[in-house]
Design a protein around this ligand. Sequence first.
Ligand code: MTE
Length: 328
Amino acid sequence: MLIRSKRSWELPESMVTDEAVFFNRRKFLTGSMATAGAGLLAGCAPPVRAEVDPSADLYPVPNNPAYTAERAIAPESITAYYNNFYEFNSPYDFSFSKNIADEAQALPIRPWEIRIEGEVEEDFTIGIDDLLSKVSLEERIYRHRCVEAWSMVIPWSGFQMSELVKLARPRSSAKYVYMETFLNPDVAPGQTRKSYPWPYREAVTMEEATNELAFLVTGVYNKPMLKQYGAPLRLALPWKYGFKSIKSIVRFRFDSFEPKTFWHDTAPREYGFWANVNPDVPHRRWSQATERDIGTRERFPTKLFNGYGEQVAHLYADMGHLGKALYR
Ligand code: MTE
């Protein structure tokens, strides 16, 4: 008999609104810490990095005041324990816990090589520290909106994705940028879950990749990013649902055709290619009209393009409903 594990897109709304459970769990952890007198339990403070990060000296980086948010920045003590990084969920964790911080520490992030290939003048591989020496790092405060109807305001450090596109020297035939996460089931137990098409893969159009908002993230809270956020290199596309913002990237491939993504292969009717934040297009199983801010715990009305329409609406002007939709 074929026994198939439940997929995350089959999860009920409890996954969407589990933030209340999450906070109760934190309360529980805090309580148990007081009882046990053990200050090292998860849920207390961000975990200490096991290895020395050679990029630590690059921080703090200058803040770019053009990118700010009207809401308060969410504290690291919350965001470091509220992460979607399915590679680090146990294959038996059917509720897909967001507290994967400890498990993510198993990911080795040096050496970290990034492959650039496809429709480019010449394929090449570059180490993360070499890449960091070729780009200008800055801090941007972005709103981050998950398809599960929660959001947070987060201070990313990194560089504009257009800088990487320039380094890659794409040919005119390049129409899409495809990205891939590491594949290492020895350290990422989630990747032993056979019902998912590993590795995690995402893609954007060239116009999206070179939009000023597309940001490759290397740090958070103005220091090298902890592994659970997707160290040493992840994407931030603040006008799209968070699942487009792929973590721990090892490959950028420039394609002339639209690449298939992890979520396309998993649940194409639930998570489409565009995935632009839109309060008027509900998920098949829940509304996207409002969102819960993880930092303040307040509920806010969701904005079209997560409030970044000024920078990105023109990209979808000719596409009507399609460009704004979650599916297609
Ligand atoms: N990237 C990889 N490799 N694996 C993942 O599970 N989850 C995505 C995205 N990138 C994910 C990923 C989803 S669903 C979201 S909402 C964001 O990462 C979460 O980013 P955060 O943990 O920094 O909030």
